[in-house]
Write a protein that binds this ligand. Sequence first.
Ligand SMILES: *Cc1c(COP(=O)(O)O)cnc(C)c1O
Length: 375
Amino acid sequence: MRKIQMVDTKNQYLAIKTEVDGAIQEVLDSAAYINGKAVKDFAQNLSTYLGVEHVIPCANGTDALQIAMMALDLKPGDEIITPSFTYIATTEVVALLGLKPVFVDVDPISFCMDIESLKKAITPKTKVIVPVHLYGHAAPMEEIMEIAKANNLFVIEDNAQAIGSDYTFSNGVTKKTGTIGHIGATSFYPSKNLGAFGDGGALCTNDKALADKMTMIANHGQSARYYHDVVGCNSRLDSIQAAILNIKLKKLDAYNSARQLVAKYYSNAFASVKEIITPSSLQYSTHVYHQYTMQLIGVDRDKFIAHLAAKEIPCMIYYPVPGHLQKMFGEQKNTNWNLPITDKLTPCVCSLPVHTEMDEEQLAYIVEGVKSFLN
Ligand SMILES: *Cc1c(COP(=O)(O)O)cnc(C)c1O
């Protein structure tokens, strides 16, 4: 049996090696390493795939979130509402920009922003809502957009884990995650559903003014060469990464289907295991399983992980410390946040390997390994 890994970027590469090597060679031959044709093509291809008007490539997903927030004319102390149950990048950039993160709870099924918790968190200082499509499942965007509209707030979707996922509105209209809010931010970190061979990220929006502003911010606030209108940053997707992403974007739907098959295998296998709550999707969202995250009920998680490790089955805790308890957030950490679901999920979540290169032998072995601890 092949060694089991949380992600298998090596075998994913080998399956498309000829095409990728050719595309990299083309960039090398062109010597247009920055802002080359591949970058422009990728922005166009991604905008077509997502059905969004403007795509602005940038250096990584964290930068995408930061640039999005920089484009909204916020003032120090303005409040940004975001789930505590997410990767640190979402909230870190809020603090970095001198804004105030306001943590809300998540829904126990989708692991995404809870609407009641969101409503309660809105104050006169609230400016932005940042829903995270965690693990590949969409946040409840229809309600979030209604609340944002009623309160005159911006919405930035953190789409780093859900690229390719579909959100269906109550009127039947379907949109890709990342294209529903005012801005969508995504990441092409190698392990993401659409992963580069290095760092990468992108912003999307249907708002031309925001697109222009974000393009400018990502390029030193430059309006014309050497004329800098606003304080920006330097955040670029390089041509080699873009060339690779152009190839992988064509495979994204197939990659997501492969992840869904893995998830289905696990969920069928664990359906009658009482100690495991398998992940599921709410009606409005497809699930692209960036992670397959189960909840362990009445199980000693450390012993469970050690048991799997002894069998060379990797698993991960995403994330062991929620945002509101991170040392990074001095003042917020001392706030008495009321996040019962986050507090309940944090000690019991556990993610099994899910990627595009898994075979049945590996899956059967993992299932057996999990069950052997519980029985
Ligand atoms: C990966 C990730 C990011 C950051 O992306 P980078 O490209 O690593 O900077 C942001 N938010 C979430 C939810 C992520 O999973």
